[in-house]
Design a protein around this ligand. Sequence first.
Ligand SMILES: Nc1ncnc2c1ncn2[C@@H]1O[C@H](COP(=O)(O)OP(=O)(O)OP(=O)(O)O)[C@@H](O)[C@H]1O
Length: 751
Amino acid sequence: MTDIQLAAVPHALAGRDVLGAAKTGSGKTLAFVVPLLEKLYREGWALSDGLGALIITPTRELALQIFEVLRIVGKGHMFSAALLTGGKKEFREEQVRVPRMNIIVATPGRLLQHLEETPGFDASQLQVLVLDEADRILDMGFSRQLNAILAYLPPGAGRQTLLFSATQTKSVKDLARLSLDKNSEYVGVHDTAAHATPDRLVQNYLVAALADKMDTLWAFIKSHMKHKLVVFFSSCSQVRYVHACFRALQPGVPLLALHGKIKQARRTHIYFEFVRRPAAVLFATDIAARGLDFPACDWVVQVDAPEDTAMYIHRVGRTARYRSGGRSLLFLLPSEEGGMLRRLEAAHVPITRVTVNPSKTTSVRQKTAAVVASNPECKRLAQKAFVSYLRSVALMPLKDVFDISALDVEAFADALGLSKCPSTKFLKALKEGEGGAEEGREAVREKKNRSRALERLKEKIKMERAEKARERRREEEGEGVGPAGEQGAGGRREGGKDGSEEEGEEVEEVGGEDESENDEDEGGGGLLRVKRKHSWDMEDAEEAESLLEKAKRKKAKKEKMKIAVNRTPSQNKKIVFAEESDEEVVEEGKGAKGMKQLDGEPKSERRDRLTREAENEELVSDMMTLKAQNEAYVQAVQRRLLVSREEDRAKERERVREKHKKRRLREKGDREEEQEEAQLGNGVVLGSFEEEEESGEQDEEEGEVDEEEEEGGEEEVNNDNVVNEGRQDRLVEGMSLREQEEAVLQSLRGG
Ligand SMILES: Nc1ncnc2c1ncn2[C@@H]1O[C@H](COP(=O)(O)OP(=O)(O)OP(=O)(O)O)[C@@H](O)[C@H]1O
C-alpha cells in the first residue's frame, strides 16, 4: 500500500469522514475505492437497496478512470455500478438503469440532472460520498451543482464523506467544513514533505521568447522521438493548431491531441491510444492535467505556463507516478520568469533552469509558414490560436506573472506562420486597455456561465419538444385504427424509442470537434456541454429538410441572378444568328430597328459568353423541370399509398363481414339441428325454444350492430340482408316456425 492508503484506509474503514491530501500519483483512488466497497459489503448492501455509494469527480476522463479501477477492484462483489458523465444520447437509457444502481461514478452536472429528472432515483439511503479532486470540482464552477446535489443526500451525519485531492485550496477547506462530520480525519501524508511534487520527478524550466516557442518545441520533440511526452497548452485552439501544423511537418513520431472540444467517445479513444503506444506526443489542454493516469509517461512539457502553481503540480503529476520516475520542462517567457519562479518556490516546487543549445535547434518557421499558406484550415487554426493565446494570457489570474503588454504579438503571429497579425475585436479592446482588466475577466467568466446555463435550458426545451413531437406522431399514427389502435401505438412507442436512439446517434456522429467560440475546455459535466453543430431533435430534422429545400431554391435563384447580372444594359441583347453562324445582336426593347453589330467584344469571347448564358439558362430550366418531376412523383406515390390503404381497409372489412356471416350461419344451422333433435326427443327444449330463439336473435342483431358500428356503417345494410336470409331459412315449405312447433306439440300430446 502507498502512504495515503496506509493512512486513510483505516480511518475510512472505521466509518470516519476523511479529508485526504497526497501528492499526484500516490494512489488516492484506491484509498477511497477500497473502503467504499468494504463499507457496502459489511452493510450487506443488496441490489435492491439502491444507491449506496457516490463518487463525484470533475472530468469525464477521471470518472472513467475511477470507474475502471472500481470495476477491477470490485469484481468479486455483486454490486451494480454506473458511470454517468453527460452526453445527450445516453440520458434516457441511463434513466432506466440509474434507480437500480448501488454505486455511481459521476460528473456533477450529469448527476444533478438525474437527481432532478429521473423518476425513482433515490439517494436518501446513501452510505458513502466521495469527492475526488474536490478543489477542481469547485474551481470549475461546480459549487452551485454540488450544493444542489448535497440537498438530495442524507445529511452529513447520516453518511460517510471522503474528500481527496493533491492540492488543497481554501475552497476545499470550506467544503470540508460544510460537508464533513465534526470528527473527520485530516490525512495529509505529504504535508511535512520538503516538496509538493513527487520526489522522483526532475523538474526544469527554460526561458524562450514567445516567437521561439514553436522552434524550441519542434527541436525538443525531434530529440525525444523514443519517449512519451504530454505537452500542455493554454487553449484548445493552440492544441489544434500545433497538432495540425506539426503533423503536416511529419516529425516521425505519433502526434495526438486531447482537448475539450473533442467529443467524449473520441477523447476516451485518444487517451487509450496514448496509453497504448510506447512512444508518442500528446498535445493537451488542462483537461488532461488532473488525475489522469498515464503509465510510463516520460516527460511533461508545459509550452504555455500554467494558470497557477496548483495547475503546475497537477500537470507535472502526469509523470513520475506511483514508483516510477519522470521529467518535466516548463517554457517561460522572459516576462513570466520572475513571478512564476517566486510562486513555485513558495509552493515547494524544486525546479532548475536549463538552456537550449542553439546548435541543436532548427527553425521550422519557414516550413510552418508554407503549411499555413497552403492549407486554409491550418491558417484558420493559426489565427484562432493566436487570438486564443492572447485572450488566455489576458484572463490569467496571476497578474504578477502574466503581462500581455510585454508580448511581441507581431513576432508571435509570424511564428505561427501568419503573414500578418489577425485583427479582432478582442485585440482592439486589448490595445485600448480593456482586455487585461480584472473586471473584464470577470465579465467574460460571467458571460460564459450565462451562456452555459442558456445551453442547458435550450437542451431541456429541445428534449421536451422532441417528446411532444413523438407524442403527436404516435397519436396521429394511432388514429383510425379502431380498438387495435392502442396496441398499434404501443408498438410505435417502441419505435419512438428507436427514434430517440437514432437522434442520439446523430449527436455522436456530429463532427469530431466543436467549433464554438468558447475556447475553454469542456469540463465534462452535464452543465458544461459541447455545443452541437446540429441539434438532435425531430424538429430540427424537419428544419434541416426545409433548409435543404431553401438552399436548393437559393442556388437556383443565384444561378438566375448570375445570368441577370451578366446582362448589363449594353449586353442585354437578343441574339439573331445570321448566316455562317455569325451572331447579330438586337437591343431589347428597340425591336428590329435598333439592330446593330456589337462592337468592342471579340467574337470568340462573345460566343463563349453567350454559350455560357445559354447553358446557365438550360441548367436552371433543367433544375426546375427536375423539381417539378420530383414533386409530381412524390404526389403520385402519396396518392398510391392512400389508395392502397383504402383498398386494404375495404378488404379487411370484407373479411370481417364474411367471418361474421359464416359464424351466424353456422350457429343457426346448429340450432336448427338441435331443434330437429328436440322435435324428435323431448318437448322441454321446444317449450322454451321460441323465446330463446327470439331473444338470441335480438342479442345477435344488437351485437351485430355494435360490431358494425365499430367497423363502419356501410355493412349494416348487408347484415340486415344476412339476418333476413337467416329468417327465411327457418320457414319450411310455406309453414312458419310457430306452425311447425304447434304441429309437433300436437303430435306429442297425441292430439
Ligand atoms: N497499492 C498500490 N500498488 C501498486 N500500484 C498502485 C497502488 N496504488 C496505486 N497504484 C498505482 O499508482 C498509480 C497512481 O494512482 P492514482 O491514479 O490513484 O494516483 P492519484 O494519487 O489519484 O494521482 P492524481 O493525484 O494524479 O490523481 C496508478 O497507476 C495505480 O495503479
